[in-house]
Design a protein around this ligand. Sequence first.
Ligand code: HEM
Length: 418
Amino acid sequence: MPLPSFHLCQSVRAREKPRLYQLQKRNELLPYAFFTRCARTFSVLLLLLPAARPAVLPRGRFALKIRDDSQSASAPATAVAAPATAITIPDIDHPFIAPGPDDQRGPCPAMNVLANHGYISRNGIVTFEEVVNGMMEGFNMEVHFAAGLAALNFVSRGNVFANKISIGGESPLVPPSPGNIDGNTTFGIAKHGRFEGDASISRADAFVGNNRAFQQPVFNLNLLELGRLGDNGVDGNNTVVNVPTLIAMEKRLFATDQASNPKFEFAARRMFAAYGQAAFLMTVFANGTTNQTTLPILDSIFRNETFPPNWYRAAVPVTGATNAKVSGAILAGIPEHVPGRNNDQGVFVADPLPPPPFNSSLPCAGYFDQAGNTPATLVNTTGIFKQNVDFLVKILFAGASANPGCTQLQEPFGPAGV
Ligand code: HEM
């Protein structure tokens, strides 16, 4: 018999509709109070992520509800309170199948793993709802956190009108946005410059190498730090990821790429994302039974792009606050890193601070910087297109405003067609 959560997600998938606005109809923004509760937990916050919430937000496990107008308003809420136990992933219905030549894969190990196991479309072309459900089902990501991550990528590299994004490069299955308002191609998440950036854990910088596929030499830089600083565990000494390992990794990735990439950029949005992604190693990829991320787990997810053997997803949903605890520790552990970029002489120069209130924290600066790298043309859309844009923009602000002082919504104001 399928597990309740699997059944839930399947039922949501079956009802999936191609327009985000249908999701919006049944959702409202997360009340500010929720975020302030999270915010009080941590002195340094990295919470550009949470998002829209279902009209009914039950305790325990829940899934995004998507209903269209044909459904009765009195339809019962789909909610199952599951016990806080880890569930083995993948289940029998999600075997690993290596991608075919036409399947899209890209720089996100989590997206690649989910697609290789069919938790999201194996061809790598996904909808907003599908990718949120996939993150919840495969990695037990909390719904607001998952929706925030998806929103960030949809506004920067997806087709918001068609509700499609490629988890790799451009694809004929993702048409350009109506009116070609962002050029005549929707590139996909692998395209450098808006969200994809430098100093990645397992990919080369776009200017000097392959920023899309796994690069063993880059990944080895992290393994050196794990071998030096990792905790001891069942898989051997110095094999368990801890915060000092993540700090050392981020220092080394920055130093290596800053020296080797003349066009090295580590703007606020990238710094914020890079630390958040490093934190995922400890929060999302940990085996839910041990709460440890070990060398074989990293190897399986990053290099083989498959769930590790005997792996259990987190016992309780991974929230933005959970991740912020780790990414905040990375930020605090590298005070010498500031947002900036190399100049023509290869010297790293700090970027100017954003205007208030966006200078109030790194997450807020990252939020502003990301909006400045999301096409302004999205704002002048109409109809369903505009509703979808607004829905996603509000999701992003809901996350950013979790950070004290980050009180102003910023609409996209970046260039199109890049
Ligand atoms: C379960 C949720 C997710 C997890 C655990 C996750 C994890 C990660 C990790 C660890 C990296 C760093 C890879 C590296 O530096 O080599 C990464 C990068 C990336 N992710 Fe994800 N991710 C998630 C969701 C998403 C979603 C929903 C999208 C878009 C649809 C996405 C798009 C990206 C992109 C574009 C990068 C490349 C960033 C860069 O290195 O320049 N991720 N992700």
